[in-house]
Design a protein around this ligand. Structure first.
Ligand code: PRP
Ligand code: URA
Length: 209
């Protein structure tokens, strides 16, 4: 599939395995979400444009590349996407952060949106949407619909675990969006949870339930 990048670094796979373990507590889980997000972000930002600038080193003056002024927006889907923000901000501390609030209806599994605030001018920014879990794909599709409606164009989506069903739905709805995935799992169960997955990402990050 064009625009779908399933990451394959052993460090990333190791950390995702630790996240899956139900014995991993909230504090460690949060740290792992941050570390995995940083590793994925490193890949997702590999096409950031650079420009040559002049720098005086202690030895001489040289022409050397730096990230050029392209504006970046990080947009977590609440709640669980919030856990991925520090990893991305440690790579790009000057990025602006938008928020999209939605939760899945427990019975229909359809997303219920409740909040959207994006940094301006959104149409000029590279936008990275963050959500650790791509399950049915409903939340990601709806979040990106909202961003496009507000003018967003250059959009990437980053998750830690995806189900094949969600990946297919997201790619079909938004084929222009680059999708970065830490691991593609087997399937959804009847409650639309990812198998083997890691359970409810929001609850594990925030210690609820
Ligand atoms: C989880 C997860 C995604 C969504 C994925 O959020 O963080 O946003 O489910 O499912 P989908 O692909 O089937 O839409 P949840 O609804 O549990 O809300 P929370 O982050 O507030 O816990
Ligand atoms: N949301 C989660 O947090 N986990 C899943 O497995 C599916 C949706």
């Amino acid at each position: 599939m064009d625009n779908v990048i399933i990451l394959n670094h052993p460090l990333l796979k190791h950390k995702i395995s630790l996240m899956r373990d139900k014995a991993t507590g909230t504090n460690e889980f949060r740290k792992l979400v941050e570390e995995v997000s940083l590793l994925e972000g490193y890949e997702a930002l590999s096409d950031l444009p650079t420009e040559d600038v002049e720098i005086d080193t202690p030895i001489e003056t040289c022409i050397t590349p730096m990230i050029s002024g392209r504006k970046l927006a990080i947009v977590p889907i609440l709640r669980a996407g919030l856990g991925m923000v520090p990893g991305l901000l440690s790579l790009c501390p000057t990025a602006k952060v938008g928020h999209i609030g939605m939760y899945r209806d427990e019975e229909t599994h359809e997303p219920v949106p409740y909040y959207c605030k994006l940094p301006k001018p959104i149409e000029e920014r590279t936008i990275i949407v963050l959500d650790p879990m791509l399950a049915t794909g409903g939340s990601a599709v709806d979040a990106i619909n909202q961003i496009k409606k507000l003018g967003g164009k250059n959009i990437k989506f980053m998750c830690i675990i995806a189900a094949p069903e969600g990946l297919e739905k997201l790619h079909a709805a938004h084929p222009d969006v680059q999708i970065y995935i830490g691991n593609l799992d087997r399937e959804l169960n009847s409650a639309a949870y990812i198998c083997p997955g890691l359970g409810d990402a929001g609850d594990r990050i925030f210690g609820t339930k």
